[in-house]
Design a protein around this ligand. Structure first.
Ligand SMILES: *Cc1c(COP(=O)(O)O)cnc(C)c1O
Length: 377
């Protein structure tokens, strides 16, 4: 048998041939916009801290205070000794924000997904999912053992046809979509899918990872789904995941979501940071208005369709070309990641430009002009 390292070196060589080889590069920053990446000073359009709350003084202060009062860790899972008044208060806040009866915190959005989906459906059940849903929901679907069927991105007619043809062969059915799609920044059809779910006796799960904190400002109607899943690591600027749902769903997840039952609860500092971030989303709406304004300024300057969220995708095509485009923009002083398969479908490699309320108008204009000058559009 060949040694482990030889086997893996062979696999790495294939990643490299396909222009898919990746490696983490140190990227240090105080605010997520001015970054030092691999020793170079760059302006980053790569983060998901859309409102700039990761560096908000009130968020930092809340985290520090909880750290000093309650310590660095939560010491056990929520079901053992890791429950706290702080966690309960954040769940109440999340439920209130989402308009649901109840909420349940997870260690991350990924953990929320792989804990919740397999708790709800299993072999003999059907999952109907948008073609572009996030990898964590696909992993969750596979883990559940339910039959996974995909409908073309945001194509409600296709979703309806698949339900009409297949729903009858399965016991339960879970429909999954995103409120804001993570790679393109476009909006999921939540209300329409909810209607389909009612017609076909199915449940709807939405992943609001990129919608939280921007929804009302973007004209997004993200509510109403039976299960509303999300993360505290994007617009909330911190870390953690959650599910908002009915009281019964949440009490069931306490008993069935393995990624919460067998994993340590979030640290107090993360919970306190998220609580303050959610409060700031209400008391300081200027950050959401600003980031959407910046994204729209960018699309307008480049003649692209108007930004619907804080994410704008600039399609390039092949992986190699997308990597070259990202490198060229680095020469202009920008960090814009090339998103390649398998994160996106083959032939649709792109630059994913994500905006923060902390960007300046000048940074946005300079980036747009560099993209135009390089001829990427
Ligand atoms: C980032 C992301 C997640 C995972 O959230 P984490 O808290 O980072 O684990 C889930 N779904 C979508 C759509 C995401 O973009």
């Amino acid at each position: 048998m060949p040694p482990l390292d030889d086997v893996l070196a062979g696999k790495l060589a294939i990643f490299s041939e396909n222009h898919r080889l990746r490696a983490p590069i140190p990227c240090d920053s105080a605010d997520g916009v001015a970054v030092t990446r691999g020793g170079k000073s760059l302006v980053s359009f790569a983060g998901n801290d859309y409102l700039g709350l990761s560096a908000h003084p009130s968020v930092i202060e809340a985290a520090k205070e909880a750290l000093a009062r309650f310590g660095a860790g939560s010491r056990a899972s929520r079901l053992v000794a890791g429950d706290s008044a702080l966690a309960r208060a954040l769940e109440a806040k999340l439920a209130h924000t989402k308009g649901t009866e109840s909420a349940f915190l997870f260690g991350s959005g990924y953990l929320a997904s792989i804990g919740t989906v397999p708790a709800l459906v299993e072999e003999g059940d059907l999952i109907l999912a948008d073609k572009l849903i996030h990898a964590c929901l696909i992993d969750a679907a596979h883990l559940s053992g339910a039959k996974l069927v995909r409908f073309r991105h945001n194509d409600l007619r296709h979703a309806g046809e698949l339900l009409a043809a297949q729903r009858g062969q399965y016991r339960h059915c879970l429909i999954m979509t995103e409120t804001v799609f993570s790679m393109d920044g476009d909006i999921g059809s939540v209300a329409e899918l909810l209607k389909l779910a009612r017609e076909h006796d199915a449940w709807l799960l939405t992943d609001d990872a990129h919608g939280l904190g921007l929804d009302i400002h973007a004209g997004l109607h993200a509510g109403g789904a039976h299960i509303q899943l999300g993360t505290l690591s994007k617009a909330a600027g911190g870390y953690g995941g959650y599910v908002c749902a009915s009281d019964t769903v949440v009490r069931y997840l306490h008993n069935a979501a393995r990624s919460a039952i067998f994993s340590t609860a979030l640290p107090p500092a993360s919970i306190a940071a998220a609580m303050t971030a959610l409060e700031l989303m209400e008391s300081e709406p200027q950050h959401a208005r600003r980031v959407l304004g910046l994204a729209r300024r960018f699309t307008q300057r480049l003649g692209l369709p108007e930004a619907q969220s804080a994410i704008v995708s600039v399609h390039i095509g092949e992986s190699e070309a997308a990597v070259a485009a990202s490198k060229a923009l680095e020469e202009h002083g920008f960090f814009i990641p090339a998103i390649r398969p398998p994160t996106v479908p083959p032939g649709t490699a792109r630059l994913r430009v994500s905006f923060s309320a902390r960007h300046t108008e000048e940074q946005v204009d300079t980036l747009a002009d560099a993209i135009r000058r390089e001829g990427f559009l």
